[in-house]
Design a protein around this ligand. Structure first.
Ligand code: ZN
Length: 263
């Protein structure tokens, strides 16, 4: 018999956050109560689960391209229905001095494709580790571009902004927001010097445009361990950290995982 757990649980957590914020919008996170010890899947992908105060939750990443409306989480014992509400993101126009980073020459296509596959391999990985999903900001600085903005680069409409940009001086240390394992590092065409961290259960974070990388694949990092430094490698308008957070292979707003409020 199928059991339906209608609607998720609105979580209002003030002081210490043990779970991300419930914000079921495209590019957001749904925090849904599920039966104890159940696993969960959304759109076929395994989903992070966590317990808090004796209850068990699925922490579901929602794609920016997800249509608002009724959605279904599959659990071991049935389905949980929840509603994804619409959100309007602002548009920003940027001028990238290096036009080849906006319309790459065809000789760079194989490299771009290989790098995308490498990142995808990490984004789709799912370890069974216990996960700490409350994050500190990886660098101190001003949020220069928030998640989800629709982007026009040198007059061309591009994919929406898949992370949070934090402006800081070149060389400012970039720190792990929570414990993790280094899943990949590289010098990528668009992202420049890049580190990917695996926090477990499909929670992956990405650090781009670094001036240097201080970790290597397989390293275990603790909260606030230095990963590298802010730079301006790859497609940039100036030195900043581009920080992405991925849950069940959907890029979500990093602000939803921070222990302190940040736009
Ligand atoms: Zn960015």
């Amino acid at each position: 018999m199928k059991r339906f757990f209608l609607l998720g649980v609105m979580l209002c957590i003030s002081q210490v956050k043990a779970l991300p914020s419930h914000n079921p919008v495209p590019g957001g996170i749904a925090v849904l109560e599920i039966p104890a010890n159940s696993s969960a899947r959304f759109e076929g992908d395994p989903v992070l689960t966590a317990s808090d105060s004796g209850k068990h939750y699925a922490i579901v990443g929602i794609s920016l391209s997800q249509k608002p409306g009724l959605a279904t989480l599959a659990t071991d014992s049935g389905q949980v229905k929840f509603t994804i509400v619409s959100k309007n993101y602002l548009t920003e126009s940027l001028t990238i001095p290096d036009q080849s980073k906006v319309t790459p020459p065809s000789r760079d296509y194989p490299r771009i494709k290989a790098e995308r596959a490498e990142m995808n391999r990490v984004f789709t990985s799912f370890s069974q580790d216990r996960v700490d999903s409350t994050f500190e900001l990886p660098v101190t600085g001003r949020t220069s571009s928030s998640f989800g903005k629709r982007r026009i680069l040198n007059g061309l409409p591009k994919n929406p902004h898949s992370g949070m940009d934090i402006a800081a001086a070149e060389g400012t240390p970039v720190k792990a927001p929570a414990p993790a394992r280094v899943a990949a590092t590289g010098n990528y065409f668009f992202n420049g010097n890049t580190v990917l961290l695996d926090h477990g259960q499909g929670l992956i974070t990405l650090y781009c445009h670094l001036s240097r990388i201080d970790v290597k694949i397989g390293d275990k990092v603790e909260r606030e361990d230095v990963l590298g430094a802010v730079g301006q490698t790859g497609r940039v308008t100036g030195p900043h950290l581009h920080w992405s957070v991925s849950l069940n292979n959907n890029r979500v707003d990093p602000a939803l995982l921070l222990t302190s409020d940040q736009d």
